[in-house]
Design a protein around this ligand. Structure first.
Ligand code: ADP
Ligand code: ZN
Length: 212
C-alpha cells in the first residue's frame, strides 16, 4: 500500500496517518516529525530548517526533496509507505512523481482530510504533543484526566512551538496558497479520496479504511 495524506494543519492527518500505517504495517514518513527531530539534534539540516518551521513557513523545496531522496535510497519502502506532510507544494509533487517513476513505484491513493477552518484553529490552539512518541492530545482531555503525561509512554506533553495563534493563522494561509493546489493535481491523476475529518478519531479511521 502506497499512500499520500493531504490536508490542512489540524485536520487530524498525523493521528490518522499513524493509525493507518500501523494497521497496514507500512513506514509512516512525516516530514514535520523528521524536521523537528533534526532541529532537536541540532544537525546541519535542523539548523537550516529551524527558523522556517518555528515561524510556520515552508522549508525550501530543495532541502525537503534532498531529505526524501535520502529516505528512498534504502529498501525500507519496497513494501509500501505513507507520506504525511509531503508533498506540500506543486514543485515537490512534480519532483516526487518523477522520482517514483524512476523507481518504478506507483501511488495507490491520496487521502485528503477536510475540516472547516474555524474547527482547525480551535483544535490547533488546544493541541498538546507527547515529546517521545508524538501522540497528539487536546488540552480539554488533558484537563479532564488531570495529567500532563502521555498515556502511552508516560513522557511529558508539551505545546508545539508553531501552535501559537499567530503562527497557526500563517500556516493556514501557507496551506491555502501552496498545498491546496495539490488536491487538483492528484484529482486529475484519479488518485484523490476526500475524507470528512469531523467526528471521532475512530469514525474518521473507518471512513479512510472504507476507501482503501
Ligand atoms: P502541520 O501539518 O500541523 O502544519 P507538520 O508537522 O506537517 O505540521 O509540519 C510542521 C512544519 O514543518 C511546517 O509548517 C513546515 O515548516 C515544515 N514542513 C513539514 N513538511 C514540509 C514540506 N513537505 N515542505 C516544506 N516544509 C515542511
Ligand atoms: Zn508518548
Amino acid at each position: 500500500m502506497r499512500l499520500i495524506f493531504l490536508g490542512a494543519p489540524g485536520v487530524g492527518k498525523g493521528t490518522q496517518a499513524k493509525k493507518i500505517a500501523s494497521k497496514f504495517n507500512i513506514p509512516h514518513v512525516s516530514t514535520g516529525d523528521i524536521l523537528r527531530a533534526e532541529i532537536k539534534k541540532g544537525s546541519i539540516l535542523g539548523k537550516k530548517a529551524a527558523e522556517f518551521v518555528h515561524s510556520g513557513k515552508l522549508v525550501p523545496d530543495e532541502i525537503i526533496l534532498e531529505m526524501i531522496k535520502e529516505q528512498f535510497k534504502t529498501d525500507r519502502f519496497k513494501s509500501g509507505f505513507l507520506m504525511d506532510g509531503f508533498p506540500r507544494t506543486l514543485e515537490q509533487a512534480e519532483k516526487f512523481s518523477k522520482l517514483l517513476k524512476e523507481l518504478d513505484i506507483k501511488i495507490d491513493r491520496v487521502i485528503n482530510i477536510v475540516v472547516d477552518e474555524e474547527e482547525i484553529v480551535k483544535r490547533l490552539t488546544n493541541r498538546l504533543v507527547c515529546g517521545e512518541c508524538k501522540k497528539i492530545f487536546s488540552l480539554s482531555e488533558v484537563n479532564k484526566n488531570g495529567s500532563f503525561l502521555c498515556d502511552v509512554c508516560g513522557s511529558e506533553l508539551s505545546k508545539r512551538k508553531d501552535d501559537s495563534e499567530e503562527v497557526i493563522k500563517h500556516r493556514i494561509e501557507v496551506y491555502k496558497s501552496q498545498t491546496q493546489p495539490l488536491v487538483e493535481f492528484y484529482s486529475k491523476k484519479k488518485l484523490l479520496e476526500n475524507i470528512d475529518g469531523h467526528g471521532t478519531e475512530d469514525e474518521i479511521f473507518e471512513r479512510i479504511l472504507a476507501r482503501l
